[in-house]
Write a protein that binds this ligand. Structure first.
Ligand SMILES: [Zn+2]
Length: 346
């Protein structure tokens, strides 16, 4: 019998695979219909590949749909002069929120747009993950990131005007924000000294900044009380070596988080460190051949490719990232049945 305290949605997180795969396939079929009807970008893409959503009857059919890449979206934005390159689906009469991309952007900027429902799904994803790694009610979480990063909105009660509930509301946690850039290291250090957050979510460089500042001020970093450090380097993953060093120096457990902003995609490893859990009721992940975009058999290394099964505003289907990984679907020792991403350097 598994200890249920580290599960936010135990029925879903431990759903038998057969049931989970059925649910995922249903969600996939619904999402393909939706994008075909509402996204100009995907309507054209399906037509060019001479496929209809109903041609995807099983997960093995998925690679009939060509992969989507960042460069392709950027090219479309350039061609169409539409900031979304024809991807935006406006199916609800409600306001949308567009998040500024990182600045300076790498090439044509890609704006993430969300509606209320998208925000709620993102909150569910992150709540499951934080409970999974041992965040408890009333904990303090320090999040180092630039202010308008979407994840702030999902974590923090301050911004919850368009999510019914943020992660902070659900877990009754105090969410502390500081910037992730160098000049804000003294503030992150001061905040840590003052509040003693048990969990820190930060890019590796931001953490190094706090460490250097602490050395300057002759404060032992272990006195800050970090228990869990979540490495969150957008679009990429922390190096195994960096995590090992941080564990030793901070005397804290480290976790890896993957945040692919263009796709509202979040994955994180559990304390068993058997790869990054993906919630398969919300996402479908594949390792794909970098040249052909074909799905590789489970356990083979390829490019992480993500299909978002819930997003309504700018859904992405078979979004091929540059991350090398393999996918495993064996039940994790933590009891979760959902797939895990095993990055090449993990
Ligand atoms: Zn696990």
């Amino acid at each position: 019998m598994k200890n249920n305290t580290n599960f936010y949605n135990p029925l879903m997180e431990m759903m038998p695979r057969k049931e989970l795969e059925k649910l995922q396939l249903n969600n996939l079929k619904r999402q393909l219909q939706y994008v075909y009807q509402n996204s100009e970008f995907y309507h054209q893409k399906f037509n060019q590949a001479k496929i209809k959503p109903q041609d995807i009857k099983a997960q093995n059919d998925l690679d009939k749909i060509p992969v989507t890449t960042r460069e392709e979206i950027q090219q479309k934005i350039k061609e169409t002069k539409d900031p979304h390159g024809g991807r935006l689906c406006q199916t609800r009469n409600e306001p949308l929120i567009a998040f500024s991309p990182e600045f300076p952007p790498e090439g044509e900027p890609i704006y993430l747009v969300i509606n209320y429902k998208d925000a709620q799904f993102a909150v569910e994803t992150l709540t499951r993950q934080l409970v999974m790694i041992g965040v408890n009610k009333n904990d303090r979480i320090l999040h180092m990131s630039w202010s308008w990063n979407p994840i702030n909105s999902f974590l923090s009660p301050v911004y919850n005007n368009y999510t019914n509930q943020s992660v902070g509301d659900i877990l009754n946690c105090t969410i502390l924000h500081t910037e992730e850039v160098g000049p804000d290291a003294p503030r992150a250090l001061f905040t840590s000294k003052f509040f003693k957050p048990s969990t820190v979510i930060a890019p590796h460089l931001a953490l190094l900044g706090v460490k250097m500042e602490a050395e300057k001020q002759k404060i032992p970093i272990t006195s800050l009380g970090y228990k869990i450090i979540v490495f969150r380097d957008r679009k990429t993953l922390p190096k195994a070596e960096d995590k090992k060093t941080a564990q030793k120096e901070w005397e804290a457990r480290t976790q890896s988080m993957l945040d692919i902003q263009d796709n509202l995609f979040y994955a994180m490893d559990c304390p068993q460190h058997k790869g990054l859990h993906v919630w398969e009721d919300m996402y479908l992940v594949e390792a794909t051949d970098p040249q052909t975009g074909k799905t590789l058999p489970l356990g083979n290394t390829g490019k992480l490719t993500i299909t978002n099964l819930f997003a309504e505003a700018v859904p992405l289907i078979r979004y091929q990232t540059t991350i090398d990984c393999k996918i495993e679907t064996e039940t994790c020792p933590c009891g979760r049945t959902h797939a895990r991403i095993i990055p090449t350097d993990y």
